[in-house]
Ligand binder design. Structure first.
Ligand code: DX5
Ligand code: ZN
Length: 214
């Protein structure tokens, strides 16, 4: 069954505790946290003060998605919150293998994110050391954008690669995910989906989450 990680970026920040509790009680698998620094992406979101409030309210593990320059600094900043995953963009990291080892040494599962233009082959020699690869199906920076279809053949290609190199490594897709594309994502072997606006704008967050757990 596909696992669902609602993106808190689409939550009501005036009622953050309530919204995080609602998605956790609604059966989500992870809580997806988008950290943006205003440099790697043209948006600025949340730091450790707010993420620790999210961690306190959450009864499901955190999936922290870094969209930042200086990944190592942010990994060290968020490690004390004990997230399940920390993912960083390969486009912004000169030494991804070293950072993977650092994340793992902190007791956190390492994941790498690929922007829409970045080929799956860019992680070929890292796959055996990764717990997850996150494919962006929008340009990182904002919630509520439309799904970029080219992620489907890309996920299919990555699925073949991970099945031969490291079948334990999960494939996650982030951006524009809804009940309209979840079946296509399932067909090409995607294991985890991030959904922001689809879950938080739905009349029932629990129902939205269930509709993606196919
Ligand atoms: C975009 C973020 C996503 C975003 C998803 O940079 O990484 O996690 O919040 O939101 P939707 O599901 O609305 O595209
Ligand atoms: Zn994200």
């Amino acid at each position: 069954m596909i696992k669902v990680a609602p993106s808190v970026l689409s939550a009501d920040f005036g009622n953050l505790q309530r919204d995080v509790e609602e998605i956790c009680n609604g059966g989500c698998d992870f809580v997806h946290v988008d950290v943006m620094d205003g440099h790697f992406v043209p948006n600025l979101t949340i730091g450790p003060v707010v993420v620790s409030a999210i961690a306190k309210a959450a009864t499901k593990p955190l999936d922290i998605h870094l969209m930042v320059e200086n990944n190592t600094f942010f990994v060290e900043l968020f490690a004390p919150l004990k997230p399940e995953y920390i993912s960083f963009h390969i486009e912004e990291e000169k030494h991804p293998h070293r950072l993977i080892q650092k994340i793992r040494s902190l007791g956190i599962k390492p994941a790498i994110v690929l922007n829409p233009h970045t080929p799956p082959e860019s992680v070929e020699y890292l796959l055996k050391d990764l717990d997850m690869v996150l494919l962006m199906s929008v340009n990182p920076g904002f919630g509520g954008q439309s799904f970029i279809d080219s992620v489907i053949p890309k996920a299919a290609r990555l699925n073949e690669m991970r099945n031969s190199i490291n079948p334990e490594c999960l494939i996650e897709v982030d951006g524009g995910v809804s009940d309209k594309n979840i079946h296509l994502l399932k067909e090409v072997g995607v294991d985890v989906v991030v959904a922001g606006s689809y879950v938080f704008k739905h009349k029932s967050k629990a129902e939205a989450i269930k509709s993606l757990q196919i």
